[in-house]
Design a protein around this ligand. Structure first.
Ligand SMILES: Cc1ncc(COP(=O)(O)O)c(C=O)c1O
Length: 366
């Protein structure tokens, strides 16, 4: 077709490959009770309070949502002891990542990030003609080396993405190292600290980024309702940053970017401490169960602080993923992250984890 001329950045963008939805897999003959361990969702589902809030809101969906997400922003500001002007809500964190790049990246600008990490940082950069500068995580434990990140910063750097716990490795940055890193950065660079999985972190030395924001440092913290809060299907996440950064993002945000059901559910989910505690406890148990089960097979999972673990199967993981899929188990192959012998598996319920471990053991023995 003699179609429209594409922007050059399109040639550099690979479309995102989402995990197969379990409904689609269940359509295959002989497969029922499919277990989804590929997207780091909450196996306990959403908070019952969030479901109630959605039901209450349903009769009002003929009205536009609150375009400023005022109630939710006020609730978040209270929780984190910030001003509502420090908070913006997005149609998932993904939307906020695009807005950040739209606000701050001109063609040729660079962003430093680790490798492997969450693919949307590269996507957002490419979309604006920016250049991602990946820095490998250190050793077979995929540790953060912030000195190496600092060394990759140059005069074209506009953004630094730090994902902690990092997707797909589950590794975290230490508060002390981040302090030092921020102090060493030249001005004019925004650090994006993505804490999508922070609720699962057990370590007390994990930074929450709030002090930096209160002190007006150029840092933006990302959080989501898709993971521990179990609202991935509604698409809602938020960013916290100095007011001037949030104001920049608000200039380019669409007026009604977050739907009313998502806003109502998020407000209710934030208050449901019991659901949060149960979800966290399940993951703590699941991490131990997966690590022990993998160790029994002679496999060493990367030490993780998230609700997933990354493990080297020492064989073509795509083949294993396909075989697991035929048994109704969906996990993520490491090849999308540049690690074709690894898989990333989400912590499920005890029964789901056992199903996965038993199937993997059988397949690796073949
Ligand atoms: C590190 C990280 N950040 C952000 C997101 C996206 O979250 P959301 O569903 O809010 O767009 C994900 C989703 O997998 C993630 O792994």
């Amino acid at each position: 077709m003699n179609g429209p001329r594409r922007r050059t950045c399109l040639e550099l963008i690979k479309p995102y490959e989402p995990g197969k939805p379990s409904e689609e897999v269940e359509c295959e003959p002989g497969l029922t009770d499919v277990v989804m361990l590929a997207s780091n969702e909450n196996p306990l589902g959403p908070s019952p309070a969030a479901l109630e809030a959605i039901k209450e809101q349903l009769g009002r969906i003929h009205c536009y949502p609150d375009g400023n997400c005022s109630r939710l922003r006020a609730n978040l500001a209270e929780k984190y002891k910030l001003d509502p002007e420090n908070v913006i809500i997005g149609n998932g964190t993904d939307e906020l990542l695009t807005l950040i790049a739209l606000a701050y990246i001109n063609p040729g600008d660079e962003a430093v990030m680790v490798q492997p990490t969450f693919s949307e940082y590269e996507f957002a950069m490419r979309l604006m003609g920016g250049i991602p500068r990946p820095v490998r995580l250190a050793g077979d434990e995929f540790r953060y080396d912030l000195d190496a990140l600092a060394a990759a910063v140059n005069e074209r750097t506009r953004l630094v993405f730090i994902c902690s716990p990092n997707n797909p490795t589950g590794t975290i940055v230490q508060r002390e190292d981040l302090d030092k890193f921020l102090a060493s950065l030249p001005s004019g660079i925004l650090v994006v600290l993505d804490l999508a999985y922070a609720e699962y972190v057990a370590s007390s030395s994990h930074p929450d980024g709030l002090e930096y924001i209160k002190n007006g440092r150029p840092i933006l913290v990302l959080r989501t309702f898709s993971k521990i809060y179990g609202l991935a299907g509604l698409r809602i996440g938020y960013a916290m940053a100095p007011a001037a950064v949030i104001a920049d993002l608000n200039r380019i945000r669409e007026p009604y970017n977050v739907n009313s059901l998502a806003q109502a559910a998020a407000i209710a989910a934030l208050k449901d401490r019991e659901h949060l505690a149960r979800s966290r406890a399940l993951v703590e148990k699941g991490r131990r169960q997966l690590a022990a089960g993998l160790a029994r097979m002679g496999l060493k999972a990367v030490p993780t602080e998230a609700n997933f673990c990354f493990v080297d199967l020492k064989t073509d993981s795509k083949r294993i993923c396909k075989a697991l899929l035929r048994r109704g188990l969906i996990v993520r192959s490491g090849d999308v992250f540049g690690y074709p012998t690894y898989i990333r598996v989400t912590c499920g319920t005890e029964e789901q984890n056992n199903r996965f471990l038993n199937a993997l053991e059988e397949l690796l023995a073949q």
